[in-house]
Design a protein around this ligand. Structure first.
Ligand SMILES: [Mg+2]
Length: 458
């Protein structure tokens, strides 16, 4: 089956497209949207088999619908956040807007053609020959490789992302009075939502979106996604080196060069690779060796120092092992957690810190543990990851307590809680994340509007 995706609101044109797609052959199916909003929300599910996309620009809402249908430019901007998947035709009569769409897609590497809707039979006369020639040409595009159990993988990936996002937002909110975090979380003395997340979740979202679309960690796509997201929403508390790298990526720089050049060519040992990686550990959780490889690949797009990489591997493996042991009440769970992480984390200060964390009694307070292990106040991987893993291991069965401990330790509170939340959520499952917190967290961009509506009513 080969899908042709069409954005078009006029019934007579849609009839023409249906006929044209039928004439391409029986293996072709047409998928239609009349609003940009719905197409953006739904098209990614279909992109795996998509061979061509054709976009109108001006869309008229049905008077009864009461929603803004958006424009074709919205869809073009959305697609431009990814590497090309297939060729695109722009079939709008709005010339200026067509060129804007054309430019956005072309700058992002997509193959684009414009077809002017002139005359009565332009679909069969101009659009169809253009479609045929695009379909027969080999265009530079990324082949999607979603595994057979992609949907199952995405469920746990989104669970980890949700755990991470709540931790990030709560950690940020409580960071100025982190000593009170234990009491305020225990007594649920927290302000209402939305709880805005920071760079940790923004970058995790990019990882999740790449996995969600392609089914594997494509580093070029991830670099594109990081830059795309930063361009739209730069004020999320990114560190200064990351900001510099993201500006360079936006300007067309290659991630290999920008990441490698950080800190005079040493590469960054910041905690940025670790803070965003738990959902990736969830996606590959049934294969720990793969988790280790893919987490390193995700890290080096911005952080190439061995300490930065070791921290990302440790957190991703921790997330995977938390998921693997989600139903275990075994007394050996904590030991298996640390043993698995240590087996896969390369020799480094990070690994030495995790060895100390594994030895440190659970009865220690968060502050005492932070004194021994660090708490991210240096924002390095080795100062962050051992403490975060100690908090996660101590509370693998209690998500609120895990976050409270992570935040009480002070330091880089939002990142510590993001890491801990991304891991522990996988061990406890959705139902153990407080419903009020899930409600309060900021919505993710790919959550469908109706889900948002449903939430706000409950
Ligand atoms: Mg942050």
């Amino acid at each position: 089956m080969r899908s042709v995706l069409i954005l078009e609101d006029k019934p007579d044109r849609l009839e023409g497209f249906r006929k044209a797609v039928r004439s391409l052959g029986s293996e072709f199916v047409i998928r239609e949207w009349s609003t940009a909003t719905s197409m953006i929300a739904e098209c990614e599910e279909h992109l795996e088999n998509t061979v061509l996309i054709s976009l109108d620009h001006d869309l008229v809402a049905e008077p009864s619908a009461g929603v803004d249908p958006g424009t074709g430019l919205h869809v073009a901007l959305h697609l431009a956040g990814y590497l090309p998947v297939c060729p695109v035709v722009i079939h709008s009569s709005n010339t200026d807007a067509s060129w804007s769409m054309h430019n956005e897609l072309r700058f992002a590497g997509w193959q684009v053609e414009r077809v002017g809707p002139i005359g009565d039979d332009w679909i069969s006369g101009t659009w169809l020959p253009t479609a045929r020639s695009l379909l027969s040409a080999r265009s530079a595009s990324v082949t999607l490789r979603r595994p057979a159990d992609h949907i199952e993988r995405m469920k746990r990936t989104l669970l980890s992302l949700e755990g991470l996002a709540i931790g990030d937002a709560l950690g940020e909110m409580l960071s100025y009075r982190c000593g009170e975090a234990g009491r305020r979380i225990a007594e649920r003395d927290l302000v209402g939502g939305p709880w805005f997340h920071t760079d940790d979740t923004e970058m995790a979202l990019s990882i999740v979106e790449v996995l969600r679309l392609y089914g594997f960690l494509n580093q070029d796509a991830l670099a594109r996604r990081f830059a795309w997201r930063f361009q739209r929403d730069p004020d999320r508390g990114y560190g200064s080196m990351t900001r510099k790298q993201l500006y360079e990526l936006q300007a067309g720089g290659k991630w290999q060069a920008t990441a490698g050049a950080a800190f005079g060519g040493q590469g960054s040992m910041g905690n940025g690779g670790a803070m965003r990686v738990a959902p990736l550990g969830a996606y590959f959780a049934d294969n720990i060796a793969q988790v280790a490889g893919e987490s390193k690949a995700s890290c080096v797009v911005t952080h190439t120092h061995p300490e930065g990489i070791a921290g990302a591997i440790a957190v991703a493996v921790a997330a995977a092992v938390a998921w693997q042991q989600r139903e275990s009440s075994s007394s050996s769970r904590r030991r298996v957690f640390f043993d698995t992480v240590l087996t896969h984390t390369p020799p480094s200060n990070v690994r030495e810190g995790i060895e100390r964390a594994a030895q440190l009694p659970e009865t220690f307070s968060a502050q005492d543990a932070a004194r021994v292990l660090g708490n991210g106040s240096l924002v390095t991987s080795q100062d962050t990851v051992p403490f975060a893993l100690w908090c996660a291991a101590k509370h693998l069965d209690n998500y609120p307590d895990a976050l409270a401990t992570a935040i009480c330790g002070g330091g880089d509170c939002d990142t510590n809680a993001a890491i801990v939340g991304g891991i522990v959520s996988l061990a406890v499952g959705h139902n153990m994340l407080p419903a009020v917190w899930r409600e309060a967290r900021e919505r993710f961009p790919f959550e469908k509007p109706q889900e948002r509506d449903k939430r706000s009513k409950t």
